[in-house]
Design a protein. Sequence first.
Length: 440
Amino acid sequence: MAITTIAGAAGAHVMIDGKLQGSAIYPGTEHAYQVYVPEQYTGKQAACLYVGLDGVLCDAPRVLDSLIAAGKMPVTIGVFLQPGVVKNARGEVVRYNRSYEFDSPTAVFATFLDREVLPAIEGTVTPDGRVIKLSGRAQDRAIFGLSSGGIAAFTAAWHRPWQWGRVFSGVGTFVGMRGGNDLPKMVRKTEPKPIKVFLQDGTADAWNALFGHWYEGNRMLASALDFAGYDVKCDWSDCGHNVTRATQIFASVMTWLWQDWPATIVAGTTRNDMLAALLVPGSNWEPGSNAGGHASPPRHMAVYPDDSLMAEAVPGSNCLQQWVVENGHVMHGEPFYWLESYGNAQLHTGGMAYDSKGNLWVVTDAGIQVCDHNGRVRGIVDLPKGLDVDVSNVDIEILPRAVRLTATGQAHEAACPTWTREFNVEPPVAGVRPPSQGQG
C-alpha cells in the first residue's frame, strides 16, 4: 500500500493507495482506490465522507483541503474509486467494467459501495496511527461522479438515501445507454427522498448521438427533481462532454452541498397528485411482528372490490394480466397493468391489493407500485429501509389509513415480521364499485 503526504497552502493531507479484490458483487474484478485523510482528522470520532468516482477529478484533494481549513466543509475523509477491471492469468485486462457498474440504474452499485468498498476503507490506519472511522449518517456523506460516474453517483443515493444525502453529477449519462433515460420518469413517480442534488452539463454535450443527448437528459432529470420536491441546483453552460466546467465550479458546488451541515436533509413535497394525496408527512414504516406466527403466502392476484375484475401476476412479465369476471368466469384477459423496473430487469412481485378507490397496490423490488384504473403506475412508495427478504414473499394489506406488509414463508417458528405505515387510504368495501376514474 503506497502512502503519500502532501502539503499545500491550505493544509496537508495523506493519500493512501489500495486495491479491492475478491468482490462477490462484481466477480473477478479489481478496483483501485485512494483514501484522502486531511490533517484535521484526529481519528477520535467518525468523519464525514466524500466519494469521488473515476479516481481523483476536479483537483478534489486540494479543494477539500481549502474548504475544510476555511470551515466550509466538515472534516471529511475522501475515497477516490476507480471502476473495476477483470484480468486474465497473464495480468491482461479482458473486461472493463465501468459502463456495467456505473451506467446501470439498478441498486447493484449502491450495494457494492455499502457492502464491499466502505468496509474495506473502515479501519485503515495512517502512518501516524489514525484509524479511519466513517460516519454512517446520510447528511454526513457526499458522492461525485462525471459522465457515467455522474449517473452512478445519483443512483447510489437514489437507492440508498439513508446512506447518501449529497450528490454532485457532472455531465451525467442520463441517456438510453443502460436505462438511465428512465430515471426522470422514476423520480416523478416515486415518493421524494431526502437527497440534495447538484447537476452540471452544457449545450454542446452530446458524446454519442446513438444513445441520446446528454444535455437534454440532464435537463429532463432536473425538471423531474424540481417536480418531485428536491433541493436541486443546476449549472448549465455551453461546455461539452469533459471535466473542465465541473473543475471550475467544484469548490462552489461543494460549498453549496455542505452549507446546511450538520442539519438532517429532509425530503421535499412532490407535485405528483396521487402521491400527494396518499402520503402522510412524517410517516415511516414501523416494524412489528405477526403475533399469529406463520402467515399465508402472498396473494399474487387481487379481485376488484365489486368482483368485476381480477388482476394477477404473469411469470416472466413486468405486466399484470387483468381479467373481466362474469358469473364466476374470467374472460377478456389483457396485460393491462404496466409495472416499472430499473435497467430492463425482470421484476420480482409480491402481494397485491386494491384500495377503496380501485387503485391497485403491488409489492415489487422496485418499490410498492400504485396503479390507477387504467393500468398505469402513478405512484411508487419506497419499501421499508433495509428490507432484506425476497419481495416475492411479502404480502400487502390495505387497512384504515394505513398499509401493512408481512413477510411470509418463514422457515422458523418465530412471528413473521411486519411493517406498517400510515397513508391517506382506506380498504375496499366488498361489493361496492369504486367511482370511475374515466379514460384520462
